[in-house]
Design a binder for this molecule. Structure first.
Ligand code: AGP
Length: 613
């Protein structure tokens, strides 16, 4: 979950590292720190709290050098204070490390090291790694070998970056398992290392991603990629298409706000190159699928976490309706422990913005182990979920920085709709007329989304009325049921208001007892196949004195007379409904959080990429 940066070159390392960390703060913001080799000696600056504190510290006590590493932390072992902040230095003062992941056997290792007389200065698991490196780092052993020997003793998943004052011309970085990526960027006489692309995007677009069980010896002009036994590997360079500006806030107050408003563009991009509207066809070449393989599919399991899982729930409905292939949604953190029934006729589809979520990657591994085909729908290019899949659909949303996922929720909804059409077409289960009708609907997406975004004012008004609420229930049915979950999740994570998403038909089986004037009911009552049922659910809530805020289709007089407030959305084909109902709920959560003065982009206790189990 933590953010990691490294730099070696001719420029001032501390500025580049601080800048990189700024772009990674969404990965964790419990503490931040950096280490730079200054006149042959390692200098560390680190403190608890957000990056600004570290910046102030570096301003008042500057460090100067052209090689360094940095870290922004999401605490797992040890409270978020200064002594637990990374980087962690060994006892000799020669070696320093930043780490992302969990050393599962750290207690055992720590005991060994304590018995050897090592003095620990923090409560972190990370500190064991640096002491292990020092154990092996004698005069005859280069840093990379000492790192290799240490890594062989660790259990768990890790991304690390190591620096030594004795060898100030190189940085060693390594990745084991799914604890977050390591990306190496190539500049002109300078090299960059980061856990995520945004940290290095402004410097270079030429990158190499480390796979699990790989390490790299990074010098000023190159990186040698090796196995953890030191065997040199061919490294594959990628050229990133991201526009650096897209990782900036621009005119917006928060990344979340910017990302909500980017959805016309992001959804246009996710359609681009995949849909031929004239022919009424979808092309998903990156799935590497032919008609025979498509016909062999007997079951689909969609997996992911949080928002991604909610997108999967919408996908289930779309895939089953369009292809008639039985489709399940499994929460990724449960999947691997559920002894899943999958075989070579099953496709496991992982959805992930980051492509680095540990639970999702573990679910993919489980699917692989049991012989299923693996596809992913991923935003972060080159991420693990993209690389380990047999085929993928790239969301093409651009970097998503706000911790609360928005544009990376609506993109997979469109991707899953395209996937359903593509599969049905390959399997011959829809005729040309139906296919053309479905494809034609996709053309409406950017315009419908634009219309939702234009209505921000109605959302701001509603937010003003709701900012003091302490609880909320979100209700939806059918294609809007996952949107009830997603709307509630958005409110919870950035406004800290307790909210529950519920299948509306389940209300009468229990939760209706909660309804009174103090309990706002946010009901998704669009004109779709579940409309009449939702109307009666709203009636039931009103009959118990509930304060109903409906998300409803333009011109619906019935709901206007029933609900206390209506958030209007444009009329849309029902299979696209979830895209247009998600947007007002994203904006509602955003505006409530802003009115409450909360930190929208970096809500407490959360991190953008959850790379621990
Ligand atoms: C969404 O707003 C969340 N912050 C969270 O649920 C997120 O969707 C989840 O952690 C999955 O992340 P991923 O898409 O990067 O795998």
């Amino acid at each position: 979950m933590c953010g990691i940066v490294g730099y070696i070159g001719d420029r001032d390392a501390s500025g580049i590292i601080l800048n990189g960390l700024k772009k990674l703060e969404y990965r964790g913001y419990d503490s931040a720190g950096l280490a730079v080799i200054q006149k042959g000696k390692i200098e560390i600056r680190r403190d608890a709290g957000k990056l600004e504190k570290l910046v102030e510290m570096v301003i008042s006590s500057p460090v100067s050098g052209t090689i360094g590493i940095g870290h922004t932390r999401w605490a797992t072992h040890g409270v978020p204070n200064a002594r637990n902040a990374h980087p962690h230095m060994g006892s000799t003062g020669e070696v320093v490390i930043v780490h992302n992941g969990i050393v599962e056997n750290y207690l055992e290792l720590k005991e060994e090291l304590l018995a050897e007389g090592v003095n620990f200065k923090s409560d972190t698991d990370t500190e064991t790694i640096v002491h292990l490196i020092e154990r092996f780092y004698d005069d005859k052993t280069p840093l990379e070998l000492a790192v290799q020997k240490s890594l062989a003793l660790l259990k768990g998943a890790h991304g690390i970056v190591v620096l030594s004052a004795r060898e100030p011309n190189k940085i060693i970085t390594a990745r084991i398992g799914n604890a977050g990526g390591v990306v190496i960027g190539y500049g002109e006489n300078e090299m960059f290392i980061a856990s995520d692309i945004p940290a290095i995007l402004e410097h270079t677009r030429e990158v190499t991603f480390l796979d699990s069980m790989q390490m790299a010896i990074v010098t000023q002009d190159t990186a040698v990629i090796t196995t953890l036994d030191g065997d040199i590997l061919e490294s594959e360079k990628h050229t990133l298409p991201f526009d650096p500006v897209s990782a900036e806030k621009g005119e917006y107050r928060h990344f979340m706000q910017k990302e909500i408003h980017e959805q016309v563009r992001s959804l246009t991009d996710t359609l681009a190159g995949r849909v031929n509207f004239e022919e009424g066809k979808v092309f998903l070449d990156s799935l590497k699928l032919d008609a025979n393989q498509a016909n062999e599919i007997k079951k689909i399991i969609i997996t992911g976490c949080g928002t991604a899982a909610h997108a999967g729930m919408v996908g289930k409905i779309l895939i089953e309706r369009i292809t008639r292939i039985p489709t399940e949604v499994q929460i990724a953190s449960e999947f691997r422990y559920s002894e899943p029934i999958v075989d070579q006729h099953t496709v496991v589809i992982a959805i992930s913005q980051s492509g680095e979520t540990a639970d999702t990657l573990a679910a993919m591994e489980e699917g692989r182990k049991r012989g299923s085909k693996l596809w992913s729908i991923v935003n972060a290019l080159g991420s693990q979920a993209m690389r380990i899949a047999d085929g993928y659909i790239s969301m093409q949303s651009g970097p998503e920085i706000g911790v609360a996922s928005t544009k990376a929720f609506t993109a997979p909804l469109v991707d899953l709709y395209m996937l359903a059409i593509y599969l049905a077409d390959l399997r011959g289960s829809i005729n040309e007329k139906r296919r053309r009708e479905l494809v034609a609907e996709l053309r409406l997406v950017p315009d419908l989304v634009g219309k939702c975004l234009d209505r921000e004012e109605q959302i701001e008004n509603a937010a003003r009325e709701l900012k003091y609420i302490r609880n909320a229930i979100y209700l939806g049915r059918g294609i809007n049921m996952p949107i009830a979950y997603e709307g509630a999740l958005k409110l919870k994570e950035i406004s800290y208001i307790h909210a529950e998403g519920y299948p509306a038909g389940e209300m009468k089986h229990g939760p209706i007892a909660l309804i009174d004037r103090e309990m706002p009911v946010i009901a998704l009552v669009t004109r779709d196949p579940w409309y009449e049922k939702m109307i009666s659910q709203v009636e039931q809530a009103k009959a118990r004195g509930g304060n109903v805020i409906a998300v409803a289709t333009d011109g619906d007089d019935k709901i206007a007379s029933l609900a206390d407030q209506v958030l209007w959305v444009p009329e849309a084909p029902w299979m696209l409904t979830s895209i247009i109902t998600a947007i007002p709920l994203q904006m509602l959560a955003y505006h409530i959080a802003v009115l409450k003065g909360l930190d929208v982009d970096q809500p407490r206790n959360l991190a953008k990429s959850v790379t621990v189990e």
